[in-house]
Design a protein around this ligand. Sequence first.
Ligand SMILES: *[C@@H]1O[C@H](CO)[C@@H](O)[C@H](O)[C@H]1NC(C)=O
Ligand SMILES: *[C@@H]1O[C@H](CO)[C@@H](O)[C@H](O)[C@H]1NC(C)=O
Ligand SMILES: *[C@@H]1O[C@H](CO)[C@@H](O)[C@H](O)[C@H]1NC(C)=O
Length: 192
Amino acid sequence: MSLFLSFLAMISLALASLSPQASAAGVADNGSSIARRPKMFNHQKLFLQAHNEARAAAGVPPLVWNFTLLLDCRRYVYYELEDRCNTRPLPLYAWGTDGMHGRNLYMGTDNDMRRSPANVVAAWVGEGHWYDRKNNRCTAPEGRSFEEYKQVVWRATTQVACIRHSCGASFNTTVAVCEYYPPGNIKGQRPY
Ligand SMILES: *[C@@H]1O[C@H](CO)[C@@H](O)[C@H](O)[C@H]1NC(C)=O
Ligand SMILES: *[C@@H]1O[C@H](CO)[C@@H](O)[C@H](O)[C@H]1NC(C)=O
Ligand SMILES: *[C@@H]1O[C@H](CO)[C@@H](O)[C@H](O)[C@H]1NC(C)=O
């Protein structure tokens, strides 16, 4: 072994012997890893729950919440949707991806500031009746799609985060975004 390699080996031994103390702060006495994970707010739990109910109904495994995705949801809502809220209206529902994440968008202009996470997800899930599973095709009328439903129940997606925000001149518009990882809606593939 070269001098350099044995030096590396010594360092990793030293790190290994340090690690129990080093990690102790983030681990509960019983060894479970509570590792300073941020706590989920109630509306976040409701977003997650609504997704997992729809997924259970489609027979696919539940999603887990991912706080890294949440950061991107924040960026998207405050820097991209906030602007459009006053100027160019979105379609009511939309799906997109930046390659890394899948992204479901929602805009409600019905003056209901308390629009709940369950209602937002239900708006997407409601498109599910346009899914002709036998032929894997969409039967939605012109101008509508079921891309948002597909992303909610996309089997290979494992993680989600969502945020909703009131905006517009009198804050009577609600925008919401959920991000998904890995992204769904790969062309030619079935959601489940
Ligand atoms: C370990 O401790 C944490 C924090 O006190 C607690 O929430 C958790 O339920 C415990 N886990 C087990 C397996 O006892
Ligand atoms: C959370 O999502 C990001 C994608 O932005 C991914 O890179 C990361 O691995 C995910 N976190 C976990 C714990 O899987
Ligand atoms: C929002 O509120 C303003 C002022 O009360 C009203 O003029 C507007 O029509 C409302 N917009 C929607 C989409 O409800």
